[in-house]
Design a protein around this ligand. Structure first.
Ligand code: TXA
Ligand code: MG
Length: 346
């Protein structure tokens, strides 16, 4: 594995060579780093699944550098998809539509649809253009773990399993793209992201994805409850930490009774906070309460706390408006649905 400076033309040439040879390259996008393979090369795509330890039932997003390239992957393009692409591409929106026959089944995990996105990042776009083919790329993390927003995160997770990492600095958005499936002119939100449901509604009617009920088969494996999670036990707070101090004391006592030692606790906070007693570390996503800044910092803060050998991490909720909806989605998934309170830690 080699890490190279993505701003050098020589680095892009190297990356193209690796991709042409069937290798895998991690590259920056505006959302998170992707682990890319030539989408038309089955063996190369196979290596992506292996490197991430990703089950092959979870389909990949195909990245393109133009709307025309997206058309070649889809079978017929409804007017709503055209309008969405014109309005939001390049950008953090992935569009799911019936696939063209040429798209590999391995890429779509056997589904009749394919997810396509044009990233808003010079390195990603230059790389796809230079290769002259679409690039299949999931987020460059071990399956189920927190997504990477820097080259260092990719190295930590995947190390030698990647042939080359294009280091383009930290990602500006910091959260994975919005995933929208279009069926009969209606959009189904499979994953919230930086493009909000309300923004999408300016173009087409949007509904929550079916499959939210626990027993229903998942429409998109990214809807799985436990996902985007740190290795450390992660618990969502029902309210701000400063309003939770009484319950926190109870949790600490409960832990100490169980383990014989007080717990080492980390906090993921948002906005102005009160006194943070009995905490090992607190990471504030945005002191000024800016949700866009919080999204950018989220995964990096989660990874920082994850390295501190804590017993658990508590996360404050954020307002569910705009990108706050996507942040709360990731916090809920990282916690596997666990809300802090009595008995959470048993
Ligand atoms: O921002 C992003 O989307 C990043 C960057 C690298 O582009 N990529 C990313 O990929 O987050 P990944 O594989 O970690 O997440 C893709 C999500 C998964 O939840 C997957 O199940 C869903 O998209 N997906 C892919 N193809 C699909 C399809 N045909 N139908 C439904 N869901 C699909
Ligand atoms: Mg992912």
């Amino acid at each position: 594995m080699k890490v190279v400076d993505a701003s050098l033309p020589e680095s892009i040439r190297q990356a193209v060579d690796v991709l042409r040879g069937g290798g895998v390259v991690a590259f920056p996008t505006e959302t998170v780093y992707g682990l890319g393979a030539d989408a038309t090369n089955e063996k190369a795509v196979c290596r992506v699944f292996e490197a991430k330890k990703r089950p092959t039932f979870d389909p990949l997003i195909v990245h393109v550098a133009s709307v025309e390239q997206a058309h070649s992957l889809w079978q017929g393009v409804p007017p709503a998809a055209e309008s969405l692409a014109r309005r939001f591409w390049p950008g953090p929106l992935t569009i799911v539509l019936p696939k063209a026959a040429s798209v590999l089944d391995l890429v779509t995990a056997g589904l009749p649809t394919v997810a396509v996105r044009m990233p808003r990042h010079d390195v990603a776009l230059t790389l796809i253009k230079a290769l002259g083919r679409p690039i299949a790329a999931p987020s460059a993390n071990v399956f189920g773990h927190t997504s990477p927003t820097s080259a260092a995160h990719v190295m930590e997770d995947l190390g030698e399993a990647v042939d080359l990492i294009l280091d383009g600095g930290p990602c500006s958005v910091g959260l994975e793209s919005t995933v929208l499936k279009i069926e009969r002119g209606t959009g189904f939100l499979l994953r919230p992201g930086a493009v909000s449901a309300d923004e999408l509604r300016s173009i087409l009617p949007v509904e929550d994805a079916p499959g939210k009920a626990p027993a229903a088969p998942l429409e998109s494996p990214g809807q799985m409850e436990s996902h985007y999670a740190p290795w450390t036990r992660f618990v969502l707070l029902p309210k701000k930490f400063k309003e939770f101090t009484g319950e926190f004391e109870e949790m600490r006592k409960e832990w100490e009774a169980m383990k014989g030692l007080p717990p080492r606790v980390g906090l993921l906070s948002f906005g102005r906070s009160g006194e943070e007693l009995n905490l090992e570390s607190a990471q504030n996503l945005s002191v000024s309460g800016d949700l866009v800044e919080a999204a950018t910092n989220l995964f990096q803060a989660m990874r920082k706390l994850d390295k501190m050998h804590l017993d658990f991490i508590l996360a404050e909720p954020v307002p569910e408006k705009g990108i706050g909806e996507a942040i709360m989605d990731r916090l809920r998934r990282a916690s596997g649905g666990h809300i802090a309170g009595k008995g959470t830690l048993c």
